[in-house]
Design a protein around this ligand. Structure first.
Ligand SMILES: C[S@@+](CC[C@H](N)C(=O)[O-])C[C@H]1O[C@@H](n2cnc3c(N)ncnc32)[C@H](O)[C@@H]1O
Length: 295
């Protein structure tokens, strides 16, 4: 697969020997997919039965009780239309579980709704869940998934997540699943290589910093915020978390851990508690997750 010289040089520097392993993963064709059973509509056992009846092989995603690896998945099936499951990358099942449920939850960058619907599931469809997204064309998919998955605790808003919106310190849980350079999705989306450059990464890191501050300032004292990306760069991950810790003295990092998942610490001393998720450990796409608590 084609990887630019700039990409190669940068990643060899930050990943060392693991760079080759990452490239091998990206070069392999994707043979298995993953789904999350929507327990607001059905149960794990029922979906397993449907899969068996359709001769589709499956296995457990070790870090998500309702996640299944499947040999194939059909977005047109009646069961999908009815919201019995959400087709979701297994690494995307991590952040909502690390964050955990709350009474007032904000999902700042929510479309198309994978993590919003997971959060609602963890909240038992109770409390209040604000699903925000600023891109009108992506809002459609978000609203579709909120409705399809039977959420009754969610409100969809269309606001710029880089700004504060008069919410005060309203939320006890906030997820910032930021727009990023998406290196983790290279296997599914090879077009990324066409636009990948350090200049692009630095521009994204600027947006992510604004989101982190706006989200942190909307957090109630004692509340928690999870920051996640599906990318590998220092600037978009550890660099942003260090920025937040420098800017907000009440912010402290909690250790990210999830049963069944192997994680590696953040790449800098200050971000040791963050988690880097790599395919060579979990056979799933790269991800980064930080968990911040407001004192
Ligand atoms: C990584 S995707 C979110 C995926 C989603 N959390 C899920 O699990 O399905 C990032 C989203 O942030 C949105 N976004 C970009 N800039 C934004 C902004 N300033 N405010 C709010 N959302 C923004 C993008 O349109 C995109 O839908």
């Amino acid at each position: 697969m084609y990887l630019s010289k700039e990409f190669e040089k940068y990643h060899k520097r930050i990943l060392g020997n693991d760079y080759g392993k990452l490239v091998s993963y990206f070069s392999e064709p994707q043979v298995r997919h993953s789904i999350r059973v929507n327990t607001l509509k059905t149960g794990l056992r029922s979906v397993k039965r449907l899969l068996s009846e359709s001769n589709i092989g499956y296995g457990a995603v070790p870090w998500c009780p309702h996640g299944l690896w499947v040999d194939s998945c059909d977005l047109d099936s009646l069961w999908h239309q009815l919201g019995y499951y959400y087709v979701q990358n297994a690494s995307s099942m991590i952040a909502p579980q690390v964050l955990g449920p709350g009474k007032r939850v904000l999902d700042l960058c929510a479309a198309p709704g994978g993590k919003t619907t997971h959060l609602a599931q963890l909240m038992g469809n109770s409390g209040t869940l604000i699903a925000n997204e600023d891109n009108p064309s992506r809002i459609k998919a978000l609203v579709y998934n909120v409705q399809r998955c039977g959420l009754i605790n969610a409100k969809v808003t269309m606001l710029d997540g880089c700004r504060r919106h008069g919410w005060g310190q309203a939320f006890d849980r906030i997820l910032v699943d930021a727009p990023c350079s998406s290196v983790g999705t290279l296997r599914q989306n090879r077009d990324i290589m066409g636009k990948w450059s350090m200049r692009w990464v630095e521009g994204l890191a600027g947006i992510q910093k604004m989101m982190l501050l706006a989200a942190y300032d909307s957090l109630a004292p004692g509340g928690r915020m999870a920051y996640s990306t599906c990318t590998t760069t220092l600037e978009e991950n550890e660099g942003n978390i260090e920025f937040l810790l420098d800017e907000r003295c009440g912010a402290r990092l909690l250790r990210v851990e999830l049963r069944g998942l192997t994680v590696r610490p953040g790449l800098t001393d200050k971000t040791f508690n963050c988690a880097r998720v790599y395919p060579m450990d979990n056979q799933s796409d790269p991800h980064f997750i930080a968990l911040v608590e407001k004192k």
